[in-house]
Design a protein around this ligand. Structure first.
Ligand code: NAP
Length: 310
């Protein structure tokens, strides 16, 4: 069975299980990344029917886009793929700032097109809001790029509800990407209702809480990357989080799936979440996460998961 969903009011059709590629060439985020392994992750995704690839300028920086571009080119399947990328970070004399000005966004799209070796970007996001640019003006620049055919749809990421409302005042925003997972559900208060009401696709990032929501960790697990300092992985909070995840184990076993599949399937039951982009460090994880598509959650299971993580 071919799984395909439309992302809100965009014209993009994707497999609901996409791929987050911040661990593909994202050397500034994870130590000791093997680029060949990263390319294998993307190859596996494309071979397995994953067609929604999420990257960004800042992953690397630049390297994730370049590696994704190489694999897409070698696959010969560009037309069937939905490539999403993002920009806003700017380096000046060693400092990083954010820039949402029309000029910077337009230059960023041109540079991303080169790195991705493509003529169009299916979904381009403003990665983070800056302090100065009126959001409707920033999105207006993306509308120009859409009219020119350089991008096919408009996204914003890490915007507050007020920034999203302003950005979408002309109804141009197709997709919002925000942090959302079973441990971090603030988006349910404002962003998710807004996206549902305005036919905007909500793409949650960090869906597996960096693997914590796969059930593979215990109290003795040691971390040497971003997990080392992440609040979810500290002290008593970490122990409490592990207990919550353990509550999913019996339910997963009962359905003959893994905890990660339950968790990912649960997101897809939320209003305005049509697709998710779990990250992966190896090709096996990519194949594994696709098993989510075989999971059908009953209303009682959906409620149970909801309650464990309230
Ligand atoms: P995530 O999806 O919550 O976690 C992915 C990590 O979980 C993988 O790197 C892998 O790490 C582990 N994993 C994945 N599948 C697994 C499986 N089946 N079994 C066991 N472990 C598994 O976190 P994320 O990658 O940071 O977020 C997803 C994507 O969202 C990113 O790749 C990126 O594209 C996007 N993102 C966007 C923003 C933004 O500001 N817009 C911010 C962050 C991320 P290990 O093998 O090391 O455990």
């Amino acid at each position: 069975m071919v799984h395909s969903v439309k992302l809100g009011k965009s014209n993009l059709n994707v497999n609901p299980i996409g791929l987050g590629t911040n661990a593909v060439g994202g050397h500034n985020l994870y130590p000791n990344l093997d680029e060949e392994q990263g390319k294998d992750v993307v190859r596996q995704a494309i071979e397995s029917g994953v067609n929604f690839l999420d990257t960004a300028f800042i992953y690397g920086p630049e390297r994730s886009e370049e590696l994704v571009g190489e694999v897409v080119k070698e696959s010969g399947k560009r037309d069937g793929l939905v490539i999403a990328t993002k920009a806003a970070h700017k380096f000046i004399n060693g400092d990083t700032t954010l820039d949402n000005s029309p000029k910077f966004l337009k230059e960023s799209v041109d540079r991303a097109l080169k790195r991705l070796q493509t003529d169009y970007i299916d979904l381009f996001y403003i990665h983070f809001p800056d302090d100065d640019t009126p959001k409707a003006e920033a999105v207006g620049a993306l509308k120009d790029l859409k009219d020119e055919g350089k991008i096919r749809s408009i996204g914003v990421s890490n915007f507050s509800i007020e920034q999203l409302e302003e950005a979408n005042q002309d109804g141009y925003v197709d997709v919002l990407q925000s942090e959302y997972n079973l441990f971090k559900r603030q988006a349910e208060e404002d962003l998710l209702p807004y996206t549902a009401e305005n036919n905007i696709s909500f793409v949650p990032y960090f869906p597996l809480a960096s693997g914590l929501l796969t059930g593979k960790y215990n109290e003795n697990s040691k971390f040497n990357d971003l997990r080392k300092d992440h609040p979810l992985f500290q002290g008593e909070t970490y122990k409490e989080n592990l207990k919550k995840v353990e509550k999913l184990r019996a339910m997963a076993e009962n359905k003959e799936v893994e905890i990660a599949h339950l968790v990912l399937a649960w997101y897809l039951t939320r209003d305005s979440i049509y697709a998710i982009i779990p990250g992966a460090k190896n090709a096996e994880q990519v194949k594994n996460n696709l098993k989510t598509l075989d999971v059908n959650l009953t209303q009682s299971e959906i409620d149970q998961i909801d309650q464990i993580f309230q």
